[in-house]
Every structure is written in C-alpha cells, then in structure tokens.
Design a protein around this ligand. Structure first.
Ligand code: UN1
Length: 508
C-alpha cells in the first residue's frame, strides 16, 4: 500500500506542551501505561496506573471532602469554577493542541473542545446562584410546602477518548457548584489531557484559597479501576460515556446498589433530507456531521435518509465531497479529517464496510491512506444501501455514512426510528409541516432533534443525551444540574392544629 499522507513527528511537541500545562515530567515518563498519539503512531508518554485497591481510599477522601464542600455556599463554590474557567481560557491553545495530539481530531475541533469546557464553566457559575426549588400550594391551612436541593455526594465520571476533557467538564462544572466532589476515570487512551486538566484545576484551587483537597481526582487505570468506582457505596452517581456494551456492564451494577446513573452511550444518528431541502446547506451540514472528528463523535451522522426526488443531486455532490475531502495531519490547516484513534478502530471500520458490501452496499471512499503503525488514516466512506440492514442498525465508531432512499415521509420516519439507539437526529426541509412532524410526539424518538442543522456539534446550553440504547442520561445545560443534587420536599406547619392530608382523621 502506498502511504498517501505524510505526518511529521509529534514527539518533540509533547514535552514543552505538558510542561506549560503544569504536568510533572515524572508523571508522564515513568509508568506502566504507554500512551500513543494517533497522529503519528508514536509512543508519547508512559503514565502510571492506579491499582484498583487504591480506588476505595481515594473515594473515602473525596467523601470527606464532600462533607466540607457541601456546606460552602453555592455562589462561593461557583467562584472556584469561575477561576477554573479562567485557567482554561489562558491555556486554551495548549490544551486544544494536546487534545489534537492525543485524540487525532483537527486543531479547530481540539480548540472547540476546550471552548465547550469554558462555556460549561460560565454556565455553571451562573447556575451557582440559581439552584432553585419550587414552593407548592398546600391543601392544609397554616402550612407551607417547598423543595430544597442539597448536594448529593461524590460523583464518578467515566469518560471516552473522543471528547477526552469536555464531557468530564460538563459533569464536573455542574457537580462542583452543586456541592459534589468529582472522581474521574478517563479513557486509557487519553490520560495526558486528563492530567493536564487536573493540573489546571489545581491552579484554580490554589487561587481560590481554602478549597478542600480532594475536590477533583483523576484515576488512571483500566477496567478494574472503573469497576471499583462503579461499585463503591460512597459514589451515589456515576456518569459514564462510551459504548452501549459498556453501559450494559455498568448499569446493572449501579442499579444493584440503587446508585444514580447518567449514561451517554451509542448513537446511530440520522438525517432526513426532504424534497424541499436547501441542498447546499444540507450538504455542508452532512459533510461536517458525517466526516468531522473522523466520524468519532457519539453524535456523528451515520445514516442519511434521502427523498428519491433529490437523491441523485445530493448523493452525487456528496460523493465528490467524499473523494476530495482533505485527510491528513490534524495539525495542518486545511485538513478536515484526521486519523482514527487506533488500528482496532480501523479494523472495525473495515469489517463494517465488508458487511455492508455483502448486504448490497455500494461504497465510495473508505481507502486506507497510511501504513499500519503510522496512524490510522482513512478516507471517509459513503455507502449507498438498498435498505436498512443489520450493519446499518449497528453503531460503528468510524466515518461511515449509510445512505438510504425514501418515497413517503412516513417511511422516512419509520426508517429513522427503527434502530436500537436514540441520541441525535435532524431533518432538512423548508416544509413547516414536515419539520414540525419530525419534532412532534410521533416524530424523531431521539434526545436531540434538529431542523436544518446536523445532529452533531450541540451547544452546552441544552440538555445533552438520548433514549433507548443511548442510555437515557442528560448532561450539560437546561435543568441537568438536578441529577447532581438530592431533592428534599419540606412541609412546615406554622399553626396550632394538625390537619392531616387527604382529610384523614386520626383523633386520639
Ligand atoms: C460525544 O461525542 O461524546 O454535540 C459528545 C456534540 C458535542 C459533544 C459530543 N458537543 O457533537
């Protein structure tokens, strides 16, 4: 195979970058876990993992911290998050670049990820003065009924490689203002960005003055470390992002001890393109949603359901976009598609393309562009399918877009919802009825449903998450903060009599 991408070494960049971000050189040079950059395939660090039997001690420490932190007034807790947001602003260029080197996403997406962290910090600071409870009308005279929101306890966060720091920050910024310490197990593929974020957090904590020790901790380790976190009785909430298979392991264990779960699992996001769609706009939205982040967002567009009247016009243009899109070094401006995370991801992509071909799929793109071991660079693949087969209904975490054709709007909706996952969705139309139908009760069954924008790239202001095999969790904006707090309903009798609710009589 001829290597068609030429990648400069990343090795020389890593040291100075980590140093500026405050990560100690010993922390990244003397460990048992090898970190590989997907950009060049080079080994860039050795990080120490934590033995699973140390996790309990860390959680106990976080719990002790909780007992103090919960009593700090919420607006003061918000001050810490404000300082952390400032650190992120100052370090945006360096941290964004480290995200690129560790995940392979293009630089503007690496920077975008840090921006998303800054945004959620701003949101959380405002929220620290708005943890509102309701006051309810009571049926009893001289009574008052209200609800109070209290901190919940230690929040466990398990995050995935593809958004190695932003997804943690959605949880952490909210948890911290809600009065909860955070214990974070990042993906084993991306420990460096986690260590860098922890160091920025510590800078903020120093400025804050008097922040308790263990408000934020990073546990680098494998499956056993994750399991110890999931099983610990002093972790009342675990927020886990990853595959549906991972969620199937984690959810029953949490349920067994009645812990809360916030699951953000697989997506199989689709877009419907209707006859009246603005095709130019749809094309751009589809290109970003399907090829951006090399198809490795949970919100990546994976299925395109196109009306037969615009099928050829749209698909021809998409094919030329797929054959010409620049795949290469994610650090270079002009590159739109970086590498897959590793060789295993490439193998899964290849398997899915073979399965699609066997089921009658016609593939444009999908060629490997680099030698094995030198980064898994691959041209995104557009696959025209005769129908929604098993492989289309599966999430393959790679840049594969399956294209399906429809005639009747009802069929498009049926195809759209006929997958196990339910994260994100969109419709491209200028017809108000179609748009509203898509958003209505019998329209898209996903947690996110958009009109005339793609399914990926959500802002933090909304609640993020999805239904069915996506796990049902919601994080980031709107009222997601409530998951990180415990609600107490309070009824206060300020009279001299004791009327019972529902008119019950119990006179001694
Ligand atoms: C993810 O891929 O796990 O909406 C999160 C988006 C991003 C977050 C993706 N804001 O695409």
């Amino acid at each position: 195979m001829n290597a068609q991408v030429h990648i400069r070494s990343v090795a020389a960049e890593i040291g100075p970058l980590l140093q500026r971000l405050g990560v100690r050189p010993q922390a990244v040079s003397e460990g048992d876990l090898a970190v590989t950059s997907p950009v060049s395939g080079e080994r860039i660090a050795q990080v120490k993992t934590m033995p699973a039997d140390e996790v309990g001690t860390r959680i106990e420490r976080a719990h002790e911290t909780f007992l103090e932190w919960r009593k700090v007034p919420a607006p003061r807790r918000g001050e810490l998050v404000r300082l952390f947001g400032n650190e992120l602003r100052a370090a945006k260029a360096d941290l964004g670049r480290l995200v690129t080197l560790e995940t392979g996403k293009i630089l503007s997406e690496g920077l975008g990820e840090v921006q998303e962290m800054i945004d959620i910090c701003d949101f959380a600071v405002g929220l620290s003065r708005q943890l509102y409870g309701l006051t309810m009308a009571t049926e009893r005279a001289e009574h008052r009924m209200m609800e109070t929101w209290h901190p919940l306890g230690v929040v466990g966060v398990i995050s995935a490689f593809n958004f190695p720091v932003a997804v943690w920050s959605w949880n952490a910024a909210l948890a911290l203002v809600c009065g909860d310490p955070v214990v974070w197990k990042p993906s084993e593929k991306t420990p460096l960005t986690a260590l860098a974020v922890q160091s920025l957090f510590e800078r903020a904590a120093t400025q804050f003055g008097g922040a308790p020790e263990a408000l934020s901790q990073v546990l680098i380790g494998g499956r056993e470390v994750g399991e110890a976190l999931v099983d610990h009785p002093k972790v009342p909430l675990v927020s886990a992002t990853g595959s549906t298979a991972m969620g199937r392991q984690v959810a029953p264990r949490l349920a067994a001890r009645f812990a809360r779960t916030l699951l953000e699992l697989g997506g199989n996001n689709a877009a419907i393109v209707c006859p009246s769609a603005d095709l130019e706009l749809a094309l751009r939205a589809i290109a970003f949603a399907a090829m951006g982040t090399a198809g490795q967002r949970c919100t990546t567009l994976r299925r395109l359901i196109v009306h037969e009247s615009v099928y050829n016009a749209l698909v021809d243009r998409l094919k030329s976009a797929y054959t010409s899109v620049r795949v290469g070094d994610p650090r270079e401006s002009g590159t739109l598609v970086g590498p897959l995370i590793d060789e295993a991801a490439y193998a899964r992509m290849e398997r899915a393309l073979n399965a699609a071909k066997a089921a009658g799929g016609v593939v444009t793109g999908g060629e490997r562009l680099s030698a094995p071991g030198a980064g898994a660079y691959v041209r995104p693949a557009l696959v025209e399918m005769p129908q929604q087969t098993d492989i289309v209904r599966e999430e393959t975490f790679a840049p594969i877009l399956y294209v399906l054709r429809y005639r009747e709007f009802e069929d498009a909706l049926r195809i759209h919802n006929d997958v196990p996952q339910g994260l994100s969705s969109s419709i491209f139309t200028r017809d108000l009825r179609e748009a509203e139908r898509f958003l209505a009760v019998d329209g898209s069954d996903c947690g996110i449903a958009n009109v005339n924008i793609g399914p990926s790239g959500a802002e933090i202001g909304g609640a993020f998450g999805g239904e069915k095999a996506t796990g049902g969790g919601r994080e980031a904006g709107s009222d997601c903060w409530k998951t990180y707090m415990r609600r107490a309903t309070n009824t206060i009798n300020y009279g001299n009599t004791l009327p019972l609710a529902q008119g019950v009589r119990f006179d001694l």
